[in-house]
Design a protein around this ligand. Structure first.
Ligand code: SF4
Ligand code: ZN
Length: 299
């Protein structure tokens, strides 16, 4: 493996070691976890989240935190895709010896993603994002975890940055942090340990470790808005190795602090949703409003 960004050739034995040290540095740099913390890892069975679970399980002993994992059964693809996703995640967690939880969206909230897509006029990935963000935080809160870890990669962060610039979504842009502090008492902080890790390195690590992750894509993936930005940014990184890292580092160091100062007092303060108690910018949170509409159409 040749790590172009660092001009570093590494053998099969040392690449995983280098990759784990890189993730460890990210965890320490942004104070994502502390000794004694209980960390819940969101695992879909795909490459990024499965690798995240493997790396955090490896680092947990040395850094003194506990790891468990959770998979949401979203009911995608008439359940066939979600079933595969749940089975893959459960197998990986079992092999790593990690305590694992599976949560069905249908059982917990009364509808599947497929049903929500049919009931509400909104792009599937946008609905899915809202459901996952809400449900994972809700589950982590109920189970008393200190942090919720997601497999967002450097490539994802760079793509979100660019799409937020394009659409001038300042509120979303300012939230693209490696760590999101607890929004209300009892709500776990959200962490992105792969904030500085490229997908090509994550894949190399997963393959070298022999992780049997899910290779089939979600049937809604082709509807993802702004997906063309992915290949644009991949091309940029291929031509100038280190470009994505420079872009995201520059954002964290210079752009975000300026944006945060500019947005001070302009964004609504978060308060508990009057229906579910989760953080909300209005009286009722976006999830509860969407859920009500979906359940109404289904009844
Ligand atoms: Fe959800 Fe879209 Fe990802 Fe499918 S591709 S899991 S719908 S965000
Ligand atoms: Zn709510």
């Amino acid at each position: 493996m040749f790590v172009r960004q660092a001009n570093l050739p590494l053998c099969e034995e040392h690449f995983p070691w280098w990759f784990e040290r890189k993730v460890e540095r990210t965890l320490r740099r942004y104070k994502m976890v502390g000794p004694g913390d209980r960390v819940l890892v969101a695992v879909s069975g795909g490459k990024d989240s499965s690798t995240l679970l493997s790396v955090l399980a490896e680092l947990s002993g040395k850094m003194g935190f506990e790891v468990a994992s959770v998979t949401l059964d979203l009911g995608i693809g008439g359940n066939s895709y979600s079933k595969l996703s749940v089975e893959t995640a459960e197998t990986i967690a079992r092999k790593l010896g990690v305590e694992h939880h599976t949560v069905s969206i249908k059982d917990k909230y009364g509808f599947t993603l497929d049903e929500a897509v049919r009931a509400v006029r909104r792009p599937p990935c946008s609905l899915c994002g809202l459901i996952k963000r809400y449900a994972l935080t809700d589950v982590a809160r109920e189970m008393g975890f200190d942090a919720l870890a997601t497999g967002h990669t450097l490539n994802d962060v760079a793509r979100f940055l660019l799409s937020s610039y394009i659409t001038a979504s300042l509120a979303e842009l300012v939230r693209l942090t490696p760590v999101s502090a607890s929004e209300l008492p009892g709500i776990p902080r959200r962490i992105k340990p792969f904030y500085e890790s490229l997908e090509e390195h994550i894949k190399a690590y997963a393959d070298l470790k022999g992780l049997k992750y899910l290779r089939d894509g979600c049937p809604y993936a082709r509807t993802a808005p702004m997906d063309f930005l992915r290949s644009f940014l991949d091309g940029l990184e291929a031509r100038s190795p280190g470009m994505l890292n420079a872009m995201v580092r520059g954002y964290v160091k210079h752009i975000r602090p300026a944006l945060e100062a500019y947005l001070k007092d302009k964004l609504p303060e978060l308060r508990p949703c009057s229906k579910c108690g989760m953080p909300s910018s209005g009286d009722v949170c976006a999830f509860c409003r969407m859920r009500e509409r979906v359940l109404e159409r289904l009844s």
